[in-house]
Design a protein around this ligand. Structure first.
Ligand code: SAM
Length: 170
């Protein structure tokens, strides 16, 4: 995901874009964007986990505790990136950084229901999905919002395939 975010940002015509790192964790995606030339002051990182947020703040990156968009006011972003918790809940893994609800798509669906309001006119989303994440409800929701979904890349790992999707108005 970090490689994809860096490559995507490097290819942007203008680098002066507002960038949101949703579920920032250690801030690896914010760092990829900054490396690619997005101005640090245009980067905002949020996470539901306070420890993650203070870790990212210590790296000199703007960061806030937020349950998805709840603490972002009326801000709009040109690019939102999200490596979400996407695994279906299991008795082996209930951690909020990996488990996306009973079926695995719940946090993603909640994110997508809110995201359109926080996108600028030509705003885009880069979203990581796994072959373990059910896609039907995600595709149906995006269609109902008039948003397009296009696969940018795919990587096979030993028990799943990860893919990066571009979501945009056109
Ligand atoms: C798979 S990790 C990704 C971390 C980092 N962005 C990366 O790519 O390595 C998912 C992150 O989403 C955060 N998260 C989970 N639910 C969230 C929510 N409702 N609002 C904001 N962040 C959330 C977790 O705390 C975790 O840091």
């Amino acid at each position: 995901m970090a490689q994809q975010v860096e490559a995507f940002c490097k290819n942007l015509e203008g680098k002066n874009i507002s960038f949101l790192d949703m579920g920032c964790g250690t801030g690896i995606l914010s760092e990829a964007a900054i490396r690619a030339g997005i101005p640090r002051e245009k980067v905002m990182a949020v996470d539901i986990d306070e420890e993650a947020v203070s870790y990212v703040k210590n790296k000199g990156i703007n960061a806030k505790v937020s349950d998805l968009f709840s603490n972002l006011g009326d801000e709009k972003f040109d690019l939102i990136v999200f490596n979400p918790p996407y695994l279906p809940a299991s008795r082996y893994d209930r951690a909020k950084d990996t488990t996306g609800g009973k079926y695995g798509d719940e946090t993603i669906l909640r994110f997508l229901r809110q995201a359109k309001k926080y996108l600028s006119e030509n705003g885009k989303i880069l979203l990581l999905l796994s072959s373990l994440t059910p896609k039907t409800r995600i595709e149906r929701l995006l269609k109902s919002q008039g948003l397009k979904l296009r696969k940018l890349s795919e990587k096979k790992l030993f028990f799943e395939t990860l893919s990066i999707w571009l979501i945009s108005h056109t």
